[in-house]
Design a protein around this ligand. Structure first.
Ligand SMILES: *[C@@H]1O[C@H](CO)[C@@H](O)[C@H](O)[C@H]1NC(C)=O
Ligand SMILES: *[C@@H]1O[C@H](CO)[C@@H](O)[C@H](O)[C@H]1NC(C)=O
Ligand SMILES: *[C@@H]1O[C@H](CO)[C@@H](O)[C@H](O)[C@H]1NC(C)=O
Ligand SMILES: *[C@@H]1O[C@H](CO)[C@@H](O)[C@H](O)[C@H]1NC(C)=O
Ligand SMILES: *[C@@H]1O[C@H](CO)[C@@H](O)[C@H](O)[C@H]1NC(C)=O
Ligand SMILES: *[C@@H]1O[C@H](CO)[C@@H](O)[C@H](O)[C@H]1NC(C)=O
Ligand SMILES: *[C@@H]1O[C@H](CO)[C@@H](O)[C@H](O)[C@H]1NC(C)=O
Ligand SMILES: *[C@@H]1O[C@H](CO)[C@@H](O)[C@H](O)[C@H]1NC(C)=O
Ligand SMILES: *[C@@H]1O[C@H](CO)[C@@H](O)[C@H](O)[C@H]1NC(C)=O
Ligand SMILES: *[C@@H]1O[C@H](CO)[C@@H](O)[C@H](O)[C@H]1NC(C)=O
Ligand SMILES: *[C@@H]1O[C@H](CO)[C@@H](O)[C@H](O)[C@H]1NC(C)=O
Ligand SMILES: *[C@@H]1O[C@H](CO)[C@@H](O)[C@H](O)[C@H]1NC(C)=O
Length: 844
C-alpha cells in the first residue's frame, strides 16, 4: 500500500466515526505574551517533562479528528518553546506506538422526516425551503416547521439545514434578552435538528455588519490616528458594547492600555493598574434574615440553611444571598466599596475626561477571589476619586476594598491601536487602527443566539440537536442581572449565547463558541439529559457552561427545577473570563448528576470546574486534562468545590428528603497545578462526600477544610512541596479538623506521593498523639529525597515532634504505608501513563 492511500483511508475512517466530520475549530493560535507557565521551584527539565506528559494526555483524550490540534494548542499554551527538546520528546515516540484511547461518542443517526434548507445569499423567505428554493433566514425556517407540524404531527424529526454563510442575527433584533435567543425554540419545537449543511461554515453572529464611512478625527501625540464614522440609526446602541473587527473582539478604550483578551494578571504587561490609594468604605445595609433551624445537618460546620433578603443583597436579582446576613459562618452582610481613590498621576488623563459617567471600573476583589465591574457615577479630579454607580455584583463575597483595576469606555482614553469608543449623543464610532484600516466591523446587538425554553417542566422542549454551528459576536452581559445561586462564592448571570430551560434530551454538539460577550451555554433550572459534546468554547466574556438550578428556599426535594443528568464531554474550553474573573469553563450549582468527562481546559482566570454547593451531588469529573488555571485570582484550585448551604433533595434515597448529598467522583484527571492554583482539587469550605481516585496531580496534594467524608485512593501526587509558599506543600493538608464537625470520615489510602525537596509528607492541624484525630491513612507509598529522613509531625506531650515511619505507625496510623527514596521523573511519568492508560482501557 502506498503512503498516500494509507493517509486517505485514515481520513475516511476518522470521519466515519462521527455523524458530522466538522469538529468546529478556532483558527486562533497562541502568542507568548504570557509570563512563564512553569514551576520556578523545580528543575526546568523536570517541569518540562511534566508539561510534556500533560500534553501527551491531552492528545490521549482528544477526539481523533482534532488530536493534532489539541497537541499543537497545548504545546503553545504550555510554552514548550521554553523547554529543550530532550527528556520530554519521549512522549511523541511513545504516542506513535500506542493506539490512543478513544471511545467514540455514541452518535445516534437521526433521519429527518422533512428538511428545510436555509441560505443567506440565495434564499428567500417566500421560498418553500427545499434545497433549490431555500429560505433566507433561520427564523422563517423555524416558522415553517411549526406549520408543517400541524400536518406531520409533533413526533417526526424536522431538520433545518443551514447553508454556509454568516447570519447576522443581531440585525434589527427584536429581543435583547440573554434568555431569549434570536432563534427561540419553545415547547412546540420538540423533535428538531438545526445543523450546518455538510461541512459548510455556518456563522451565527450576535452582531450586525456595520457599513461605515470613515474620516480622520485626530492624530494623537503618539503618532496614531483616531478615525470616526456615523453609526446607522438601525443600530441599538444599548447593546453595542462589543465591537468585533475581522472576527475578533476589539478593545473598549481603556487605561492602562492592553487587550483584556490576551493580557491580564498572568502576563508581563497586565493592562491593570496597582495604583489604588484607598477604597471608599461601603455602607452596610442589613438584610432581612431567614434562618432555618430544622432540618439541619449535624456534624457539619455549615449546618443550617440561611438567606439574606434585600439590604446588601439588593444588588442581585433576585435580591437574596447566602452571604448577606450579619453573622453567618464566613459571612458579613455583603458589601462592596463605594468608590476608589487613586494615587496622584495613577490616571494621567483623568482631568481630561469630558464625560466620566460613560466609564466602567474593572477591579479585583481585595482577596483576588474574583472581580467587579462598576459604572462610574462621578469623579472628583482634585481628590483623585471615582465614585461607583451600578455594579460590583459579579462575585458574591464582597469586601471593603479592591485590588488591581482598569478604567474602560472613556473617550479620552482612546489612544492605542485597536481601541474604540461610541459617543452615544452623536452616534459616532471612534476607532484607532494599527496602521491599516481593517475591513469588517461588527457591532454586538444581542447576547443570546439560540434559546430552547419550555413553558414548564411538564411541557418541556424535547429531543433537539444543535450541531455544526459557529456562534459568535454577541453582546456582553457583565453589567446585567446577577444572582447568587447557593453558598459558594459565586454570583452568576443566568443567560448566555445559548440558553436552555425546561428541556429534555437536548444535544449541543460540534459547535464553536468563539468571541462571545457573555457565557457560552446557560443551562437554567429544569433540563434533563442535556448533552454538550465535542464543542469548542474560546474567547468568552464570562464562563463556558453554567448550570444553575433553583429551589424553594431549602426545598430542592419537592421542587426539582434543576439541571439533571447533564453530560459535558470532549469539549475544548479555554480563554474564558475575559471580563468576569469569578467564572469558569464549567459551573455546577444546584444541579444533579453532572458528568464532565474528557474535556481539555486551560488559560482560565479561576477554577476550570467549580462546584458551588453540595446540592444532590452524584457528579462525575473524569479523564479531563486541565492546566493554566487560577491565572488571575488567588486562594483556589484547578477544580474547586464548596458546600456551605444545605438543601433538601432525594440524593441519599429516592422519595426520602435529606440534607446530605450523594457522593461525587473525581477520577483519572490530569491536573497541572500552576500559576496561583493552590490545590489541584481544592475541596474548600465544607466540602463533603467526594471519592477522588486515579488523578495525576502535579504540584499539589489533598485538601480538607471544614468538610468531612471524603476519600482519596490511588492518587499520584507529584512534588506537592514545590508550591509550599502558596498554602499547601504536603501530600495532605488536613486543615482545622474538629471532632464532631469537620475532618471526620476522611480517608487517604493507597496513594502515591512524591516529594521533591521536603521530607514532611503531612500537615495535619492539631495533630496530637495523646488525642489523635487524623484521616484514616493506610497503604500509601511516600517518596522523599534520597538521603533524607521522613518526618511525620505531631505533638507529643505538648511539643511538636518529628516521627519516623515506625514511630508514626506505632500509634496505629498509616499501616501498610512505605517510605522510599524518590525515583527519577521518567519513572513518575511512567507510573502516570500506566495508571491513566491502563485504567482507561479497563473502563472501556
Ligand atoms: C488542525 O489540524 C489539522 C491537521 O491535523 C490542520 O490541517 C488544521 O489546520 C488544524 N486546524 C487548526 C485550526 O489549527
Ligand atoms: C536548556 O539547555 C540549556 C543548555 O544546556 C540549559 O542552560 C537550560 O537550563 C535548559 N533549559 C531547560 C528548560 O531545560
Ligand atoms: C433593518 O432596519 C433598517 C432600518 O429600519 C432597514 O433599513 C434594514 O433593511 C433592516 N435590515 C434587515 C436585514 O431587515
Ligand atoms: C403551541 O401550540 C399550541 C397549539 O397549536 C398553541 O396554542 C400555542 O400558542 C403554541 N405555543 C407557543 C409558545 O408557540
Ligand atoms: C448527629 O446527631 C445524632 C443525635 O444527636 C448523633 O447520634 C450523631 O452522632 C450526630 N452525628 C454527627 C456526625 O455528629
Ligand atoms: C488634557 O487637557 C489639557 C488642557 O485642558 C491639555 O493641555 C492636554 O494636552 C490634554 N491631555 C491629553 C492627554 O489630551
Ligand atoms: C471635589 O472635592 C473637593 C474637596 O472635598 C470639593 O471641594 C469639590 O467640590 C469636589 N468637586 C466636585 C466636582 O465634587
Ligand atoms: C500592530 O501591528 C504591529 C505590526 O504588525 C503588531 O506587532 C502589533 O501587535 C499590532 N498591535 C495591535 C494592538 O494590534
Ligand atoms: C433524544 O433525542 C434524539 C434526537 O432527537 C433522539 O434520536 C433520541 O431518540 C432521543 N432520546 C430519547 C431517550 O428520547
Ligand atoms: C448518578 O449519575 C449517573 C450518571 O452519571 C446516573 O446514571 C445515575 O442514575 C445517578 N444516580 C442517582 C442516584 O441520581
Ligand atoms: C531544598 O531544601 C533545602 C532546605 O530547605 C534548601 O536549602 C535547598 O535549597 C532546597 N533545594 C531545592 C532544589 O529547592
Ligand atoms: C510523655 O509524658 C509521659 C508522662 O508524663 C511520659 O511517661 C512519656 O515518656 C512522655 N513521652 C515522651 C515521648 O516524651
Amino acid at each position: 500500500m502506498n503512503l498516500r492511500l494509507v493517509v486517505l483511508i485514515g481520513i475516511i475512517l476518522t470521519c466515519f466515526s462521527y455523524t458530522n466530520c466538522t469538529f468546529k475549530y478556532s483558527t486562533e493560535s497562541y502568542h507568548s505574551l504570557y509570563s512563564t507557565v512553569g514551576n520556578p521551584n523545580i528543575s526546568p527539565e523536570y517541569d518540562c517533562a511534566l508539561r510534556a506528559f500533560t500534553i501527551e494526555m491531552a492528545a490521549y483524550i482528544a477526539p481523533p479528528a482534532v488530536k493534532t490540534n489539541w497537541t499543537t494548542l497545548t504545546q503553545s499554551a504550555f510554552q514548550m518553546n521554553q523547554c529543550n527538546n530532550t527528556l520530554y520528546s519521549t512522549y511523541q515516540s511513545y504516542n506513535r506506538h500506542h493506539k490512543a484511547f478513544n471511545k467514540p461518542l455514541k452518535t445516534n443517526q437521526q433521519t429527518c422526516y422533512h428538511k428545510i434548507f436555509v441560505h443567506d445569499i440565495k434564499g428567500n423567505d417566500l421560498f418553500d425551503g427545499t434545497f433549490e428554493q431555500p429560505k433566507k433566514t433561520i427564523q422563517a425556517a423555524l416558522s415553517l416547521t411549526r406549520i408543517l407540524r400541524t400536518g406531520y404531527g409533533n413526533e417526526n424529526i424536522l431538520c433545518i439545514i443551514i447553508r454556509g454563510g454568516t447570519y447576522y442575527l443581531g440585525t434589527n433584533a427584536t429581543s435583547t434578552s440573554s434568555q431569549i435567543g434570536a432563534i427561540a425554540l419553545t415547547s412546540n419545537d420538540s423533535n428538531l435538528i438545526i445543523e450546518n449543511y455538510e461541512n459548510e461554515r455556518v456563522v451565527l453572529s450576535g452582531g450586525t455588519l456595520l457599513e461605515l464611512k470613515w474620516s480622520v478625527h485626530a492624530k494623537t501625540l503618539t503618532g496614531g490616528t483616531i478615525m470616526k464614522a456615523q453609526i446607522p440609526s438601525s443600530i441599538n446602541l444599548d447593546q453595542f458594547n462589543e465591537l468585533y473587527i475581522d472576527n475578533k473582539r476589539a478593545i473598549v478604550a481603556k487605561y492602562p492600555n492592553g487587550d483584556p483578551s490576551t493580557q491580564g494578571l498572568y502576563s508581563q504587561d497586565p493592562g491593570f493598574s496597582y495604583n489604588s490609594q484607598s477604597w471608599i468604605s461601603p455602607i452596610h445595609r442589613p438584610s432581612v434574615e431567614i434562618h432555618i433551624q430544622e432540618p439541619y445537618r449535624n456534624g457539619t460546620v455549615f449546618s443550617n440553611y440561611q438567606l439574606g433578603v434585600g439590604g446588601g443583597a439588593s444588588v442581585f436579582n433576585p435580591p437574596t444571598s447566602f452571604w448577606s446576613t450579619t453573622s453567618p459562618p464566613q459571612g458579613n452582610n455583603y458589601v462592596v466599596p463605594r468608590g476608589l481613590v487613586v494615587k496622584s498621576d495613577a490616571l494621567p488623563h483623568i482631568r481630561n475626561w469630558s464625560e466620566p459617567t460613560t466609564g466602567l471600573v474593572h477591579a479585583f476583589h481585595s482577596g483576588y477571589w474574583g472581580s467587579w465591574i462598576f459604572e462610574i457615577a462621578s469623579v472628583n479630579t482634585s481628590q483623585n476619586t471615582i465614585m461607583f454607580g451600578r455594579g460590583g455584583f459579579q462575585e458574591a463575597r464582597g469586601s471593603d476594598s479592591g485590588g488591581a483595576f482598569y478604567i474602560s469606555n472613556i473617550f479620552e482614553e482612546l489612544d492605542s491601536p485597536n481601541e474604540w469608543f461610541v459617543d452615544r449623543h452623536t452616534r459616532t464610532l471612534y476607532f484607532m487602527p494599527n496602521e491599516t484600516m481593517p475591513d469588517v466591523f461588527v457591532a454586538s446587538q444581542i447576547p443570546c443566539l439560540i434559546s430552547v425554553s419550555g413553558s414548564s417542566m411538564e411541557n418541556s422542549v424535547r429531543n433537539v440537536i444543535i450541531r455544526g454551528l459557529i456562534m459568535t459576536e454577541t453582546s456582553s452581559t457583565y453589567i446585567k442581572d446577577y444572582m447568587v445561586p447557593s453558598g459558594g462564592d459565586w454570583s452568576v448571570h443566568r443567560g448566555g449565547t445559548m440558553y436552555l430551560t425546561n428541556t429534555k434530551n437536548i444535544t449541543i454538539t460540534h459547535n464553536l463558541f468563539t468571541q462571545v460577550g457573555s457565557n457560552g451555554i446557560a443551562v437554567i433550572d429544569y433540563n434533563g439529559e442535556t448533552q454538550i459534546t465535542l464543542n469548542e468554547f474560546v474567547w468568552l466574556g464570562e464562563s463556558g457552561i453554567v448550570l444553575v438550578g433553583s429551589t424553594n428556599g431549602i426545598d430542592g426535594f419537592s421542587v426539582v427545577s434543576q439541571p439533571a443528568n447533564t453530560l459535558i464531554e470532549s469539549n475544548l474550553i479555554h480563554e474564558s473570563g475575559i471580563y468576569v474573573k469569578q467564572s469558569s469553563p464549567v459551573l455546577i450549582s444546584v444541579s444533579r448528576s453532572v458528568s464532565v468527562i474528557r474535556n481539555l481546559m486551560f488559560n482560565i482566570p479561576r477554577a476550570a470546574i467549580n462546584v458551588n454547593d453540595g446540592f444532590y451531588g452524584n457528579h462525575t469529573i473524569s479523564y479531563n486534562v486541565i492546566f493554566n488555571t487560577v491565572r488571575e485570582t488567588s486562594d483556589h484550585g484547578t477544580i474547586n468545590t464548596w458546600d456551605r448551604q444545605p438543601f433538601l433533595s432525594d440524593a441519599v434515597q429516592s422519595d426520602v428528603p435529606s440534607l446530605w448529598q450523594h457522593t461525587s467522583y473525581i477520577h483519572h484527571n490530569v491536573l497541572y497545578n500552576n500559576y496561583n492554583s493552590f490545590y489541584p482539587i481544592d475541596h474548600d469550605d465544607g466540602s463533603c462526600f467526594y471519592e477522588d481516585s486515579y488523578n495525576f496531580q502535579v504540584y499539589g496534594g489533598k485538601k480538607n477544610y471544614l468538610g468531612h467524608s471524603k476519600m482519596d485512593h490511588h492518587e499520584i501526587y507529584v512534588y506537592p512541596d514545590t508550591k509550599s509558599s502558596q498554602g499547601t506543600g504536603v501530600c495532605i493538608a488536613d486543615q482545622a479538623p474538629s471532632r464532631g464537625s469537620s475532618g471526620w470520615n476522611e480517608v487517604w489510602i493507597e496513594n502515591t506521593c512524591i516529594l521533591y525537596n521536603s521530607s514532611v509528607p503531612y500537615n495535619i492541624w492539631n495533630c496530637d498523639t495523646a488525642n489523635l484525630f487524623v484521616p484514616y491513612l493506610a497503604s500509601n507509598r511516600i517518596y522523599i529525597p534520597s538521603g533524607t529522613q521522613v518526618a511525620f509531625t505531631c505533638n507529643i506531650n505538648g511539643t511538636s515532634a518529628q516521627l519516623s515511619l515506625d514511630q508514626w505507625q506505632s500509634y496505629g496510623l498509616d499501616i501498610g504505608t512505605t517510605v522510599q527514596s524518590a525515583p527519577n521523573i521518567e519513572t513518575i511519568i511512567q507510573w502516570g501513563r500506566e495508571m491513566l492508560q491502563n485504567t482507561i482501557r479497563n473502563n472501556l
